[in-house]
Design a protein around this ligand. Sequence first.
Ligand SMILES: Nc1ncnc2c1ncn2[C@@H]1O[C@H](COP(=O)(O)OP(=O)(O)OP(=O)(O)O)[C@@H](O)[C@H]1O
Length: 306
Amino acid sequence: MILDVQSLRKHYVGKDKKPFIAVDDVSLQLVAGEVLAFLGPNGAGKTTSIKMIAGLIQPDDGEAFICGHSIKKHSRKAISHVGAVLEGSRNLYWRLTPLENLIYWAGLKGYPHRIAKERAMDLLSNFGLQDKAHDTLQKLSRGMQQQVAICAALMHSPSLLLLDEPTLGLDLQAADRIQELIIRLAKEEHVGILLTTHQMEVAQTLADRVCIVRKGRVVLEGHTHDVLEQFSENKYIFELGEPLTHSQRQIISERGADFVDEKTFYISITTQKELYDILRTTEPCSLLRMERDLADLASVFRHYVE
Ligand SMILES: Nc1ncnc2c1ncn2[C@@H]1O[C@H](COP(=O)(O)OP(=O)(O)OP(=O)(O)O)[C@@H](O)[C@H]1O
């Protein structure tokens, strides 16, 4: 297991000088090659949890093990397996080039200059950024800067990558590129990736598992597909090859269908008999598609958070 978080807790002192719990008994696990989306509304405690995992702040209570090393007892060893991009590309120097930035980061981790340069060029090439290696960072687009920030976090080949809002503020193309990169890192390089995002479609595309926190507590955790499946009603979409007649539509509407147009409708079906009845009613129209209407992560999120 790459990450094993056990009952982390953290309190802060609020503006009113009263202590409050920001992270309350958060546990989560992550294995190699898995992407876990850590979701929650503003102020739910995601960044605080990630900062504890990254060794940036001390937990009040609980433990986290990274590749088996305790962040409390062997923090240096534990953190050596972590790469993190916590505040967009703010961990980079704007007046340096991507190559200089990466070499600088590797230097902090104790890498000799020559090895760092080779690794940096490899990473930049992998991300299609080799032509930008010698431009100053401020000349790069935001998407490219974000990619360089991820490269910096990957310089020491971490087993665990922590990404706080990796696609925030990026246009569609740049966001797609970052998403492809995340999938590639997980599936090909077997990096475990813990990411936060407020973009539910991004989470749904990327995450093998989701964990939703609210007011510092985990309110849902599970495999994305299972979560969506459990949340889906027995609602099906029917798409026909030809328009239904007025009377056919009336019969189907009386069974509770919602029509999108004359050929497409949603309907809840719980028994096989109901299914056959619908199919008989739609004859002689051809059936192009009949699929279960899976819930999306946004509706699951709303349910648990609002
Ligand atoms: N250093 C701090 N001192 C006091 N309170 C803090 C500190 N850092 C965070 N908090 C508070 O702790 C709570 C959790 O904040 P955190 O940043 O972990 O939430 P988040 O889920 O990451 O939110 P967002 O989605 O807005 O980034 C919030 O109420 C926040 O105001």
